[in-house]
Write a protein that binds this ligand. Structure first.
Ligand code: NDP
Length: 392
């Protein structure tokens, strides 16, 4: 029987646990570990009939993670803690020769910048340990990378342009809240934008470029160009690419609140002194904002995430949209979580399932588009994230 260790008991962790339990024949025994036991208990209580062990770990400390992997004899670690813990958990997997998977690329707490450099630098160590590390197995990154690989395999001889579109038309009724970890989310969306064209990265001011996209089953939405991590690996792996961009929808209220918080320094990541205590403004803001895991019961509406790919097939121009639409309330009914956590947790489970089944294998560190997209796309249809294709 396989042993699955899930680290992180937030919104995404909750969905991963639910989906692993639904596929228990593959995942075997499930151990959920997080910094504090309270959120693990809530998830365990969701599934009283399942045999889930819970425990605490400080995943910032490699030795603690090594001890936990050794004592649990885990076959795979699904890292759904925060991007800050990617390197320590990867190092623990190398030391114990254990399969590794995450959903977001490494970020240092003191620098609001994410990149694959330090994770890719561990490729040799993963090879030497003869294990596989799968990076970015969420939705975006994750399913969006697989959509690109699928387009390259089945729909195009050459892809010239890719636009990744992330539309969340969900409404939680709060004036301002984030759909996943507020700190990580606000660092991402308040940073400069960036896209890749003709071999070069072009930087934009935050929210400088806006386009209206018409999303199937949702309608027209203002969508803003952001830098997003999957582009860093896709420019290396998609043949003939001339441009790749990423757009995300935001409502005016969200943008106005974010600008205001930024202007008064609430998004700061450097320590400030308050009544003799050192605090980091964005961490304090996280304490004040609604916990994303609590949004599930109030969120209504749909998400639509996909890729528009344009290129050549059999000498003719072609443009298609590969996308997935998910209803927030449906996600909540199944897993007690809203659609953003659901759309991240399901691909994390699918990536881990394919690794444990040996359908995705290799030695070293991999991004999603480097693997055969077909089994992943099949699983999406079976595991609650059915996708569609539209010729444009
Ligand atoms: P949450 O903040 O809801 O949950 C994070 C969990 O990790 C919490 O339970 C937290 O513990 C735990 N944690 C934090 N630090 C440590 C530590 N040092 N040791 C052990 N556990 C720790 O985040 P989400 O569930 O929303 O997001 C999880 C991950 O998914 C993030 O990396 C995020 O970037 C990624 N993500 C990826 C997406 C994609 O499409 N690829 C989309 C959305 C999210 P505690 O409860 O004590 O705070």
């Amino acid at each position: 029987m396989k042993i699955t260790l899930i680290i992180g008991a937030g919104g995404v962790g909750r969905v991963v646990v639910h989906k692993c339990v639904q596929n228990i024949d593959v995942f075997g025994k499930i151990i959920l570990a997080s910094r504090s036991i309270g959120r693990c208990e809530i998830i365990k209580n969701d599934l009283p009939d399942a045999n889930i062990e819970i425990t605490t770990v400080d995943a910032d400390i490699t030795e603690e993670v090594i001890k936990l992997i050794e004592s649990s004899q885990a076959d795979i670690v699904i890292n759904v803690a925060l991007p800050y813990q990617d390197l320590t958990i990867m190092d623990a997997c190398i030391a114990t020769k254990t399969l590794y998977l995450d959903t977001a690329n490494y970020e240092h707490p003191d620098v609001a910048k994410f990149e694959y450099k330090l994770q890719w630098a561990r490729d040799e160590k993963f090879k030497k340990a003869e294990i596989m590390g799968l990076l970015g197995s969420g939705f975006d990154p994750g399913a969006t990378n697989v959509f690109c690989a699928y387009a390259q395999k089945h729909y195009f001889d050459e892809i010239h342009y890719i636009d990744i579109l992330d539309c969340n038309a969900g409404d939680h009724g709060y004036a301002f809240a984030t759909n996943f970890n507020p700190e990580i989310n606000l660092r991402e969306v308040s940073a400069n934008g960036r896209y890749w064209e003709n071999g070069k990265w072009i930087e934009t001011k935050p929210m400088e470029i806006m386009q209206v996209w018409d999303y199937p089953e949702i309608g027209k939405k203002d969508s803003y160009l952001l830098y997003h991590e999957e582009m860093e690996s896709l420019v290396k792996h998609i043949k003939g690419l001339k441009r790749i961009r990423f757009f995300m929808t935001f409502g005016q209220s969200y943008l106005t609140y974010m600008k205001c918080l930024e202007n008064i320094g609430m998004l700061g990541i450097k320590e400030v002194e308050h009544k003799g205590q050192k605090i980091i403004p964005i961490e304090f803001l996280k304490t004040l904002l609604p916990d994303p895991a609590s949004l599930g019961s109030r969120t209504k509406g749909k998400t639509n995430i996909g890729i528009v790919a344009e290129g050549i097939k059999d000498g003719k121009k072609r443009k298609i949209y590969i996308y997935q639409v998910k209803d927030h309330e449906e996600c909540y009914a199944e897993t007690n979580s809203q659609g953003v956590s659901y759309s991240t947790g399901v691909p994390a489970m699918i990536g881990a399932k394919l690794m444990l089944e040996g359908k995705w294998s290799g030695k070293g560190v991999f991004n999603m588009e480097q693997l055969d997209p077909d089994p992943f796309m099949d699983e999406m249809n079976k595991q609650g994230l059915p996708w569609q294709t539209k010729e444009l």
